[in-house]
Design a protein around this ligand. Sequence first.
Ligand code: NAP
Length: 257
Amino acid sequence: MDFRVLLLGGTAEAARLARELSRWPGVQLITSLAGRVRTPALPPGQVRIGGFGGRAGLAGWLREHRIAAVIDATHPFAAGITAAAAGAAGQLRVPFVLLRRPGWQAGPGDDWHWCGSPDEAATRLPGLGRRAFLTTGRTGLAAFAALDDVWLLLRTIEPVEPPGPPARCEAVLGRGPFTVPGELDLLRRHRIDVLVTKDSGGQASAAKLVAARRLGLPVLLLRRPPLPAAPAMRVVTTGAEVLSWLHGVLGAGGQGR
Ligand code: NAP
C-alpha cells in the first residue's frame, strides 16, 4: 500500500514540494489548501480544499485517511493550522515536519521597526509617516481602520471582503513574485513614505524591502507568531531538508522522525 503523506500548502515552497513528491514511487501525496484564494494554482497530485475543523477535526481526518506523515509547508503567519497540525500529529504519533523559511534580516541602510501585532503597528505608524504601503494582508486590517491621519495603499491577493478597505485607503490587487523596479514605481507613484509589512521571509515578496531601503523609507515589520511547543516536531528551513526527512521516515518504515 502507498505511504500517504499530507502536505499542508498555500505557499510556493509547498507547490515545489508537491511537484517533487508527486513523482516519488510508493508515496501518495495529498496537498491541502485553505481555500482562501478563489482561483488557486493547483499543484500536481491529489488536492483537497478547506479547513479540517481545528485540531480534533484534523486528527480525525488523519486517522480516516491513514496518513503516515505530515508536512507543514504553510506560511509563517498561518499559526492556526500549524498549531492544529502539530497537536494532531503529536496526538496520533504521526511523523511531522514543519518547513519554516528564514525570516528577513535588516542590512545596512535599513530603517526597520519591529512590532508584535497589527495594533502596535497601527499605534506607531503615525510617528513614522503619512502615506503608508500596507502589505500585511486582510487579517489585522481592522487595526488600521481607525487611523484618520495616515493614508493607506493596501495590497492584497484577493479583494477585501465587506465592510471593505478602511476610509482614506486605496486598494490594489497583486500576487508575487514582485520586482524591485515594480515596487519602486508603486512607492513613488503613490508618494509612499512608510512601509508596513510582516516578516514573511523568502524572495517572492522581498523586493518591497529593497525598494524601501533605496528610497530611505522606514519599515514597520510584524514579528512572526511563535512556533507551537511540540517536542516531536522537526523544524527545517528548506525543501531539501523536508525531502531528506521524508526519506528517513520512509526508511524507518514510517515510524522515524
Ligand atoms: P491560519 O490562520 O493558520 O488558518 C486559519 C484556518 O484555515 C485554520 O485553522 C484551518 O481551518 C484553515 N487552514 C489554513 N491553512 C490550511 C490548509 N493548508 N489546509 C486546510 N485548511 C487550512 O492561516 P491563514 O493565515 O488564514 O492562511 C491560510 C492559508 O493561506 C495557509 O494555508 C497559508 O499557507 C496560506 N498563506 C497565508 C499567508 C498569510 O500571510 N497568513 C500568506 C500566503 C499564504 P480549520 O481550523 O477548520 O482546519
